[in-house]
Unconditional design. Structure first.
Length: 346
């Protein structure tokens, strides 16, 4: 955790999710004065409360769809992580208006609550599915990014610095295929994949938290910060897990689900043309022009070098052995392997 965030008060929306729980632990370890968790699930809140047993954590039952509940939770905090979202692609395909209510209108409520409470900085968590979106979840997250950027563009003197971070699949997070694959391996069943050649970015929870921490201290209003990541095919990921558990690699192909892509993009071609390459990150700055386009057309550049977007098809491709090494860095995978070894020994 960066020193400037020590002794501060934080609010995490969706704080009982995979990212939120990791972020809570990181903030507490770094010396946060208070961490507030806002979510709808009181059972998960109680589980987290019992596990942490830390008086610096305060729990708020509420929903980002309700402006009043977010406003109350944000009083007196300096920083907000907005992680609450509907994230499952198929469910958003069947209930797209629910995705709009949470991911778009709920995000607008978070911005309004932050402004009312003069929160210093708010970082919104986005996804690679927001780039060139073809599904309702990605479309709603793309609109969330636009809402955040419009706030920065229309309110240059705003009290709250609103920025976004965008990343790919977080390994072993809620909805990740890794827990499903492990469950199938332990049951002696073939792993189920929608399409073996489908590619996805792989990132650990720790790396996603690093990206958010970077945004809190480095992002300008309206920025989208993207952490570069390597990619793998779904089949290679399944094979790596089978190798770790010492079982033959067998898979059952289900076919592509509603709204799925063969490859995901972290940065589009149009964004990459104006992005800053910061080494581990891309920074996509806010397009702060107003509606007087003729001025910019007359003064703009006409010759541009052709660039391609950064997607999981052209990103560095991990080998099966490299995927195995990354999987072994995940505490959850190590715990599952230890359990499997104990069962074999028994």
């Amino acid at each position: 955790m960066l020193p400037s965030l020590k002794d501060q008060r934080f609010l995490i929306t969706g704080g009982t999710g995979s990212f939120g729980q990791t972020m809570v632990a990181r903030l507490l370890a770094a010396g946060a004065a208070e961490v507030r968790v806002l979510s709808r699930d009181e059972a998960k809140q109680d589980d987290l409360r019992r596990r942490l047993r830390d008086d610096r954590v305060r729990f708020y039952v509420g929903d980002v769809r309700d402006l009043d509940s977010v406003t109350k939770a944000a009083r007196g905090v300096g920083y907000v992580f907005h992680a609450a979202a509907l994230k499952q692609v198929p469910s958003c395909e069947f209930f797209p208006l629910e995705a709009v209510r949470t991911n778009v209108l709920g995000s607008a409520n978070v911005i309004e609550a932050c402004e009312r409470n003069e929160v210093r900085s708010a970082v919104f968590l986005s996804t690679d599915k927001a780039v060139l979106p073809i599904n309702a979840m990605g479309l709603s997250k793309a609109m969330m990014e636009k809402v955040a950027q419009a706030h920065a563009r229309n309110n240059p003197t705003a009290a709250t610095n609103v920025s976004c971070v965008r990343y790919g699949n977080v390994m072993y997070s809620r909805g990740s295929v890794i827990p499903l694959f492990i469950e199938q391996i332990r049951a002696g069943r073939p792993i189920t994949v929608t399409e073996p050649k489908m590619t996805r970015f792989l990132m650990s929870l720790a790396e996603s938290v690093d990206l958010v921490e970077h945004a809190f201290t480095q992002a300008q209003p309206g920025d989208i910060l993207v952490r570069k990541a390597a990619a793998s095919t779904v089949a290679d990921l399944g094979e790596a897990l089978c190798n770790l558990f010492g079982v033959p690699f067998k898979m059952e192909i289900l076919g592509i689900r509603h709204g799925e892509k063969m490859a995901e993009s972290l940065v589009s071609r149009e964004e990459l043309e104006r992005a800053d390459d910061l080494g581990e990150f891309f920074r996509v700055p806010l397009d702060s022009r107003d509606l007087n386009y003729s001025l910019y057309f007359e003064e703009g550049e006409t010759d541009r070098e052709q660039v391609f977007g950064f997607d999981s098809a052209n990103a560095p491709r991990m080998t099966v052995s490299e995927i195995e090494a990354v999987l072994l860095t995940l505490p959850e995978v190590r715990a599952e392997l230890a359990l499997a070894n104990r069962l074999v020994a028994a």
